[in-house]
Design a protein around this ligand. Structure first.
Ligand SMILES: NC(=O)c1ccc[n+]([C@@H]2O[C@H](COP(=O)([O-])OP(=O)(O)OC[C@H]3O[C@@H](n4cnc5c(N)ncnc54)[C@H](OP(=O)(O)O)[C@@H]3O)[C@@H](O)[C@H]2O)c1
Length: 289
């Protein structure tokens, strides 16, 4: 049996489907039953548990041969760092309580860097906690998710411009969460999977390239990227309702991208590349005619 945390989310949902297609027994964990209906429809056993609840997580993990774990971003929780710390500690405690022998953990490129990477610092801390477990652990380090463009789509449609603070000359590995889920599901079924595995998508893209491709697929042919100064972007994000601390994490992560501090260590190759192209993913956003 394999337990999947975040089973109602992007990567976790895909992991559940892939494992069920392969005939695995799956415990699908989420914080609301309504978000686990797809997992249940695929034959997984739903377990409602908050990721801050060590005992509830341990109950869902007990008897598992392997587990998929991640650190969700919860914008409703007060304080990004304390939320990540609370969830990360509960997950690792529950894995130890349930004596799960193998773990596939979602981290990120930059997961090896201790400081100066904003959002990614908590993933580094979680790698440290998980690494101390008496278990075989594989850290997945993907590039930027295509899905991270989703919150900005309404503003893109309204203004024809995507603003952020990433240097337009910097090319970043960008990846579909479905590809990350596929790699995770495969690793969960193979006991030898341990260490670090990067998931880089099919190519590195600059923000101007990525935004132009999105525009072409979404029927917004003039869509373009414009780099905003940090202080302007800070105001825009806070005005849009992003908590001030989360805004700072985002800006710090972008600054780390710009100075090359978040990068592939393994390099691009058949093992680190994954197939889904940005245009393919974007086409799934276009309603069928
Ligand atoms: N965005 C990027 O470009 C990027 C790149 C590399 C790595 N990452 C990492 O990827 C991870 C996110 O993966 P994802 O996209 O698969 O996540 P996701 O789609 O946001 O899914 C997270 C799931 O966790 C659930 N959840 C949230 N808070 C919870 C709580 N307190 N207790 C129980 N469940 C909770 C959510 O439930 P609801 O469905 O109820 O909301 C959701 O189903 C993050 O650690 C992030 O740092 C992101």
């Amino acid at each position: 049996m394999i337990t999947v945390l975040g089973a109602g989310g992007n990567t976790g949902g895909r992991v559940v489907r892939r494992l069920r297609e392969a005939g695995e027994d799956v415990h699908a964990v989420g914080r609301a039953a309504t978000r686990l209906t797809d997992a249940a429809a695929h034959g997984a056993e739903p377990h409602v548990a908050d990721m801050t609840d060590r005992a509830a997580l341990a109950a869902a993990l007990r008897g598992a041969d392997a587990a998929y774990v991640l650190l969700p971003l919860d914008l409703t929780a007060p304080g990004y760092r304390s939320q990540q710390d609370q969830v990360g500690t509960a997950i690792v405690g529950a894995l130890a309580d349930a004596r799960v022998p193998r773990v596939v953990a979602l981290s990120s490129l930059g997961g090896e860097v201790a400081s100066g990477t904003g959002f990614l610092e908590t993933l580094h801390e979680q790698e440290q906690r998980l690494g101390a477990l008496d278990a075989r652990v594989l850290f997945l380090r993907p590039g930027l998710f295509f899905e991270s463009f989703l919150p900005s789509l309404p503003a893109m449609r309204a203004s024809g411009v995507h603003h952020d603070t990433i240097d337009p000359e910097v090319a970043l590995p960008m990846v579909a969460t479905a590809d990350v889920g596929d790699v995770a599901a495969d690793a969960l079924r193979h006991p030898g999977a341990v260490g670090v595995r990067e998931v880089l998508g099919p190519e590195d893209l600059t923000l101007p390239e990525a935004v132009a491709r999105l525009g072409a697929v979404l029927g917004l042919p003039g869509l373009r990227y414009e780099r905003a100064p940090e202080d302007v972007m800070r105001g825009v994000l806070v005005e849009a309702g992003l908590p001030a601390d989360v805004t700072e994490e985002h800006l710090a992560m972008n600054a780390a991208f710009n100075r090359g501090a978040v990068r592939s260590l393994a390099g691009r190759g058949p093992r680190t590349s994954s197939p889904t192209r940005l245009e393919q993913w974007a086409r799934t956003l276009v309603p069928a005619a």
